[in-house]
Ligand binder design. Structure first.
Ligand SMILES: NC(=O)c1ccc[n+]([C@@H]2O[C@H](COP(=O)([O-])OP(=O)(O)OC[C@H]3O[C@@H](n4cnc5c(N)ncnc54)[C@H](O)[C@@H]3O)[C@@H](O)[C@H]2O)c1
Length: 320
């Protein structure tokens, strides 16, 4: 196998150049890579070039790698020629299983034998998408967050037939491009972040549907509340600090019964001792390097700086 070192990749293909594919193209161009693109929409090339031009100042602000230029983008008239010379292919076609299956089959048939194929899918498993590929062992899910040229997280997930080597290579590749890859060992529908976001999204829809809160109230409740803290630390650490000196153990003791209160339309899990201990121990381990007081200090400091930063932006005052 002659896959290059993950930090030496030069030739990328981007298939599907909408919101996400276009964002990936920008990210890879910023790395100084050659990007071959294809999208069947009639105005796709013009739209993509316009978008890359529009975000280039942002990419420059983030830092351009040597050789980075919008001129390194080549738009192709068909999928096969776009992937023919690629070392790495990022698929970002519409979220419809038949389209994913067909596109991955076509990429796999036309790209070099060692090229790695990654799908931006928001929730399909590679096991169900790679069913018509000859080489499912080199296919991974790589789920980004919009915009992919700024947001660090990419969830990297293997299918049942993905080789561990390919999975690790993909993780190392994304890390080399400045991403924060999250290697997931289980092929869970929706992965991790989308399951969390989906729960919030469903609850928002339920509340609107039942006239429990307005759009403005829901926006304000997250923007000026939990959203700020989630920008600094994960939701579990936030709750851990919510338990005061007793941390997560105290929080579970206090709020455990509320799980069964009608606070949500989602069915609550049974709060067994095992589940409680998993959360409590996990929080202790997660924060072991610092005391709760140190974490609180850091949280408060960052929150103040973040609020100051947001306060200086018109976006923050929108609709207030
Ligand atoms: N939008 C998001 O916030 C987001 C975030 C993470 C992942 N994703 C995932 O990224 C993928 C793309 O989503 P998007 O938001 O960019 O959608 P989009 O509608 O903006 O773009 C899809 C692009 O695919 C093109 N296309 C249509 N049929 C095609 C085909 N057969 N072959 C190749 N290209 C085709 C379209 O012309 C369009 O440009 C989806 O799998 C989606 O779940 C989206």
């Amino acid at each position: 196998m002659s896959r290059p070192n993950p930090d030496a990749v030069k030739r990328i293909a981007v298939i599907g150049t909408g919101v996400i594919g276009g964002g990936w193209a920008a990210h890879f161009l910023r790395q100084g890579m050659q990007v071959a693109a294809w999208d069947p929409a009639p105005n796709a090339e013009a739209r993509l070039r316009e978008r890359i031009g529009a975000v280039w100042p942002k990419l420059a602000q983030l830092g351009l790698r040597p050789g980075a230029s919008p001129d390194n983008l080549q738009f192709h008239s068909d999928l096969a020629s776009a992937v023919a010379g690629a070392e790495f292919i990022q698929e970002s076609v519409p979220e419809r299983l038949p389209i994913k299956i067909e596109t991955l089959k076509n990429i796999d048939a036309a790209c070099p034998p060692d090229a790695l194929i990654a799908s931006s899918t928001s929730g399909y498993a590679m096991t169900e998408m790679a069913v018509q590929t000859r080489h499912p062992e080199r296919c991974v899910v790589a789920h980004p967050f919009n915009p992919p040229y700024i947001m660090p997280l990419v969830e990297v997930v293997a299918g049942q037939k993905t080789s561990p080597t390919a999975l690790q290579w993909a993780v190392d590749f994304y890390r080399a491009t400045g991403k924060q890859p999250l290697k997931l060992n289980k092929e869970v529908p929706g992965f991790v972040a989308d399951r969390i976001m989906e729960a919030v999204w469903r609850e928002i829809l339920h509340m609107l549907d039942h006239n429990m809160a307005t759009v403005e109230e829901i926006e304000a409740s997250v923007r000026y509340g939990p959203g700020l803290r989630w920008a600094l630390m994960g939701p579990l650490t936030v709750l851990h600090l919510g338990g005061g000196e007793g941390g997560m153990a105290h929080l579970i003791h206090q709020f455990g019964p509320s799980l069964k209160a009608p606070w949500t339309f989602l069915e609550a899990p049974e709060l067994t001792d095992e589940l409680a201990n998993t959360v409590i121990d996990g929080c202790r381990q997660l924060t072991a390097e610092k005391t709760l007081r140190e974490l609180e200090d850091e949280r408060d400091d960052l929150l103040i700086r973040l609020i100051e930063l947001l306060d200086s932006s018109q976006l923050w005052h929108l609709g207030r």
